[in-house]
Write a protein that binds this ligand. Structure first.
Ligand code: THU
Length: 137
């Protein structure tokens, strides 16, 4: 699957956002090494702290289905109704979840502004000196 397709899936996942408290809508599309895609959106909560980010929703859906190997994740986010979305970068907690399952030298994070404008990073660029399962060996 090419990244444009993955980006489209992230953009449409954003439409499912449950974000009545922040009105900030996030979408993610996670690509497995076998080419399967798991989408996710942010799910907020009246008690605030149970909120789950879009990226983690996608990872937890995939991992709970038995997936363990991933190539890339596409992420977009903007305030509801915003005319000019900006690039949306994964939060620190989501980066930590990524390094649990992904090789920091290979795994790619596609940060989306819109269908034509996106940037691609390796996980190691967004989480330098990250703590991973390798540190416990
Ligand atoms: N959010 C995400 O879904 N992913 C991120 O990486 C950044 C933040 C969500 C959480 C919350 O629902 C809203 O954006 C505002 O923080």
């Amino acid at each position: 699957m090419d990244y444009k397709e993955l980006i489209k899936l992230a953009l449409s996942a954003k439409e499912k956002s449950y974000s009545p408290y922040s009105n900030f809508q996030v979408g993610a599309a996670l690509l497995t090494k076998e080419g399967k895609v798991y989408t996710g959106t942010n799910i907020e909560n009246a008690a605030y702290t149970p909120t789950n980010c879009a990226e983690r929703t996608a990872f937890f859906k995939a991992v709970s289905e038995g997936e363990r190997e991933f190539n890339a994740i596409a992420v977009c986010g903007s305030l509801k109704g915003s005319e000019e979305p900006d690039y949306c970068y994964p939060c620190g907690v989501c980066r930590q979840v990524m390094i649990e399952f992904c090789d920091k030298n290979d795994f790619e994070i596609i940060v989306i502004k819109d269908l034509e404008n996106y940037k691609v990073y390796k996980l190691k660029e967004l989480l330098p000196f990250g703590f991973s399962p390798l540190d416990l060996q």
